[in-house]
Write a protein that binds this ligand. Structure first.
Ligand code: S3P
Length: 447
C-alpha cells in the first residue's frame, strides 16, 4: 500500500517441499463479498476472508462509506449491510491501495450513488488504465473524471441517472464486467455484458446468491436493473475458498524442486481460474485432485503435487484469461522445463501490477535464462539457473507481489543466493507467504 516500507528477501537453494498446507482466502471472492454484503439488507458473515492489504482496503472503503464491519476473528467479517441506497458520502478520498479489482469494481458501485466520491491508489495502481471502466460507465450515464490518460484518481459524480447497456468488452476482463454489472444494480433496464472470452464469474454467482435477478452463462451476463427499488440484495453468508492464484506458486515450486511431495488443501477450483493446471499438466506436471467437493457453493479440491520433469509447450491462447494471474509462476516453470515455452495473446500482462512480460523476462535473464520478449508474450528457453559470480544478483519485483513470489520459487533452484527487492506488496494478496514457504522447505529470509 502507499508508503509501504521497502523490504527485501534473500533466497537460495531450498529443500524438497513436503507437507500439507492451506493458502489464504481468494482475493477476488473476498473483495466481492465485502461489496455485496455492504449493499445487502441484513447481516452477512464472511468466513475464509483474505487478510491481505487489497481486501482490507476494500473493507476500509466501505467502513468510510458508513458500513459497520466487525472482525470477530482473523479471516472472518460480520458485515452490517446498509442496503443499496444506504451508503453515506466520505469526506476523504477512498484509498484502494494496490488493488485494481477494488478500484474498478468500486467505480461501478459509486457511479450509482447520490453523492460524489474520489478513488485513489498507491503508485502502482495510479499507473493502471481506468478508461476501460470509465468509457462504458459513462455510456450508462455516469460522470467520472480521471487524470490524463485515464489514470487514477477517479472523481465520480453522484446523483446521476444510470441506464442499462448492452456492452461487448474489447478485452476479456472480469473487473470491467463486474464494474458494469454493479452499476447495473442502480440502472433503469437490464445491463448485458458480453466477453470475447469468458472470465471469472464470481460477481454473477454472488449476485445470484444474494438474491438479485441475473442470468449468466460463460461469455454473457444479464443483470436486471434496480432503479426505483425494483430489487434488493439480501444478506447471505459467504465461505471464501483458498485462492488458486496463491496455491499456484506452490504448484509450480513443488513441480520443479526435485523430491517434492506437497498437498494444498481446499483450493478454489472455479474453471475460469485453473488454466495453469492445464498448462502445467501439458508440460508433464504430476498434480492430482483429491476430495473434490463444494464448499459454500464454490468448487474446491485438495491438490497433491509431486515433482516431475517438465517440458516446454505453446500455451494455448484460449486458456490465457483462465490463468491471467499465473504467468509469473508459469515463467519459472518454463525456465525449469526442457525446451521452449511460447506465450502469445497475453498483452494484458503489460497492465497488471507491473508490466509482467517485462519484469519476469528481466528476472529470468538475471538468473541466466534466455527469454525473447514480444508485444503480447515471450519465448522462454528452459535451462539451468546460473548466477553471475562477478556481481551480486538483485531482482527488482517492481513492487509486484506476484513477481516477488515467482522469483522466490526460482531461487529454490539456484546454485547460490540472490536478493529480491521491494517485496512488501506480497502482503496485498498473500500475507504469511514467507513463513508458509519456509515451513514446507523454502530457503527464504528477510533482509
Ligand atoms: C480480477 C480479475 C483479473 C485479475 C485480477 C483480479 C477480479 O483482472 O487479473 O487479479 O477479481 O476480477 P482483469 O479482469 O483486469 O483481467
Amino acid at each position: 500500500m502507499s508508503g509501504a516500507v521497502r523490504k527485501n528477501w534473500i533466497v537460495g537453494a531450498g529443500t524438497p517441499l513436503t507437507g500439507r498446507i492451506r493458502v489464504p482466502g481468494d482475493k477476488s471472492v473476498s473483495h466481492r463479498a465485502i461489496m455485496l454484503a455492504s449493499l445487502a439488507e441484513g447481516v452477512s458473515r464472511i468466513d475464509g476472508f483474505l487478510e491481505g492489504e487489497d481486501t482490507r482496503a476494500t473493507a476500509a472503503v466501505f467502513q468510510r462509506l458508513g458500513v459497520t464491519i466487525e472482525a470477530p476473528s482473523p479471516q472472518s467479517r460480520i458485515v452490517h449491510g446498509v442496503g443499496l441506497h444506504g451508503l453515506r458520502a466520505s469526506a476523504d478520498a477512498l484509498d484502494c491501495g494496490n488493488a485494481g479489482t477494488g478500484m474498478r469494481l468500486l467505480a461501478g458501485v459509486l457511479a450509482g450513488q447520490a453523492f460524489d466520491s474520489t478513488l485513489v491508489g498507491d503508485d502502482s495502481l495510479s499507473k493502471r488504465p481506468m478508461r476501460r471502466v470509465i468509457d462504458p460507465l459513462s455510456r450508462m450515464g455516469a460522470a467520472i473524471d480521471s487524470e490524463d490518460g485515464g489514470l487514477p484518481p477517479l472523481r465520480i459524480r453522484g446523483g446521476r441517472t444510470l441506464q442499462g447497456i448492452d456492452y461487448t468488452l474489447p478485452v476479456a476482463s472480469a473487473q470491467v464486467k463486474s464494474a458494469l454489472l454493479l452499476a447495473g444494480l442502480y440502472a433503469a433496464g437490464d445491463t448485458v455484458v458480453r466477453e470475447p472470452h469468458p472470465t471469472r464469474d464470481y460477481t454473477e454467482r454472488m449476485l445470484s446468491a444474494f438474491g438479485w435477478p441475473i442470468d449468466f452463462e460463460p461469455g454473457v451476463a444479464r443483470v436486471r436493473g434496480g432503479a426505483g427499488n425494483a430489487h434488493a440484495l439480501r444478506a447471505t453468508d459467504v465461505h471464501v475458498p483458498a485462492d488458486f492464484s496463491s496455491a499456484a506458486f506452490f504448484l509450480v515450486a513443488a513441480s520443479v524442486i526435485p523430491g517434492s511431495d506437497l498437498v494444498l488443501e481446499a483450493v478454489g477450483m472455479n474453471p475460469r481460474r485453473t488454466g495453469l493446471l492445464q498448462a502445467l499438466r501439458a508440460m508433464g506436471a504430476d498434480i492430482v485432485e483429491t476430495d473434490a467437493r463444494s464448499a459454500g457453493g464454490e468448487a474446491v479440491a485438495d491438490l497433491h503435487v509431486r515433482a516431475a520433469p517438465l517440458r516446454g509447450i505453446a500455451v494455448p491462447e484460449v486458456i490465457v484469461p483462465d490463468m491471467i494471474d499465473e504467468f509469473p509462476a508459469l515463467f519459472v516453470a518454463a525456465a525449469c522445463a526442457e525446451g521452449e515455452t511460447r506465450i502469445t495473446g497475453a498483452a494484458e500482462l503489460r497492465v497488471k501490477e507491473s508490466d509482467r512480460l517485462a519484469t519476469m523476462s528481466a528476472a529470468l535473464r538475471a538468473l541466466g535464462i534466455r527469454v525473447d520478449e514480444s508485444d503480447d508474450g515471450a519465448i522462454i528457453h528452459g535451462g539451468a539457473f546460473a548466477l553471475d559470480p562477478s556481481s551480486p544478483v538483485l531482482i527488482d519485483s517492481h513492487g509486484d507481489h506476484r513477481i516477488a513470489m515467482a522469483s522466490a520459487i526460482a531461487g529454490q533452484r539456484c546454485p547460490g543466493e540472490f536478493v529480491i527487492g521491494d517485496i512488501a506488496n506480497v502482503a496485498t494478496s498473500f500475507p504469511g507467504f514467507d513463513a508458509l514457504a519456509r515451513g514446507v522447505g523454502f530457503a527464504l529470509r528477510e533482509a
